[in-house]
Design a protein around this ligand. Structure first.
Ligand SMILES: NC(=O)c1ccc[n+]([C@@H]2O[C@H](COP(=O)([O-])OP(=O)(O)OC[C@H]3O[C@@H](n4cnc5c(N)ncnc54)[C@H](OP(=O)(O)O)[C@@H]3O)[C@@H](O)[C@H]2O)c1
Length: 290
């Protein structure tokens, strides 16, 4: 950001934990005025304390991306405090992990309500303010799982594939208003996300242990565990990619984070389905027969 220029304002959903929190801190260090939103009052209080301690321009806002009223109130608050919104980072997200046949429809709906409809809701609330100023930037946090799909990731990947489609349309629609849309596709990075996913998977414990897909779960878990063990990426690595996407005058349509993201983008482009399936079956120990 140019020295002396007024701080640009960014709203980050899920900005009080994990990847969103790291992005909030780095952007504030680079001179952005950051509005970090989330549901948990405790996480917001921790973020407020951190901002005070490090003298960072971060203000927290209560927002549940699944609630129309909460999103409208949060965006109203940000506009009232800041006068404008230069950027939005759609980051809030959760992961439900289960085989498609086992998935409870209520969980699938909840998965999409947060990861997909949440993004639509916040984007629709923010866009009129950006269109009015005829500038703005919208980052959408997708995933490597929005490019290639491991077993048991049908719900989560479905929501991220949907985000990829939505963002591709949005990018074309809002470009004439001076608004740029960028997808960020991270691989495994250890945050609260993995514990939250494990908690959300509790209702499937019996099926995971002894249901017809027990072998599939076992392989999927082992593959994910070794993927996590291999990944050395940190939330700060994510934040640096976000900063690049936020500050580049001509941002790319999508940025990967972690070597897995580079591989996934390559594999999606150049591997035929049969080759990618063969790779994934090996990686996630899917037997020929159960
Ligand atoms: N970590 C990874 O390996 C990884 C990889 C690829 C993509 N991603 C994506 O990166 C994004 C951030 O994940 P993370 O790893 O930082 O997870 P995280 O540490 O669990 O943080 C998730 C954030 O989202 C917020 N959130 C969840 N549900 C919400 C809701 N309904 N309304 C508003 N805020 C909500 C949480 O705050 P509250 O609980 O206070 O609401 C929290 O701040 C997600 O979209 C995820 O899919 C993560």
């Amino acid at each position: 950001m140019t020295a002396g220029a007024p701080a640009k304002k960014v709203l980050i959903t899920g900005g009080t934990d994990g990847l969103g929190k790291a992005a909030a801190i780095l952007l504030a260090q680079r001179g952005w005025r950051v509005f970090a939103s989330g549901r948990s009052a405790e996480k917001r209080a921790q973020m407020d304390a951190l901002a005070r301690e490090r003298k960072l321009s971060i203000e927290t806002v209560e927002m549940d991306v699944c609630s129309d009223a909460s999103v409208a109130a949060a965006v109203r608050t940000v506009i009232a405090r800041a006068g404008a919104l230069d950027a939005l980072i759609n980051n809030a997200g959760v992961g439900y992990v289960a085989a498609v046949e086992d998935l409870r429809l209520e969980d699938l709906r909840a998965q999409f309500e947060t990861n997909f409809f949440g993004v639509v809701r916040v984007t629709q609330a923010a866009l009129p303010h950006m269109r009015e100023k005829r500038r703005g930037r919208i980052l959408v946090i997708s995933s490597v799982a929005g490019l290639i799909v491991p077993p048991t990731y049908g719900a989560y990947s479905g929501s991220k594939f949907a985000l990829e489609g939505l963002s591709n349309a949005l990018r074309l629609e809002v470009a004439p208003f001076g608004i740029k849309v960028v997808l960020i596709e991270p691989g495994y990075i250890i945050t609260s996300f993995q514990q939250t996913a494990a908690d959300l998977t509790q209702p499937y414990a019996e099926k995971i242990k002894s249901g017809p897909y027990a072998r599939i779960y076992e392989g999927a878990w082992a593959g994910a565990k070794s993927g996590r063990a291999k990944s050395k990426a940190t939330p700060e690595d994510f934040a640096r990619v976000v900063l690049r996407a936020m500050e580049s005058s001509r941002p790319s349509a999508r940025y990967g984070v972690t070597p897995l993201a580079t591989f996934a983008a390559f594999a999606r482009r150049f591997f035929p389905d049969w080759a990618l399936d063969a790779f994934l079956r090996r990686r996630f120990h899917i037997p020929d027969k159960v």
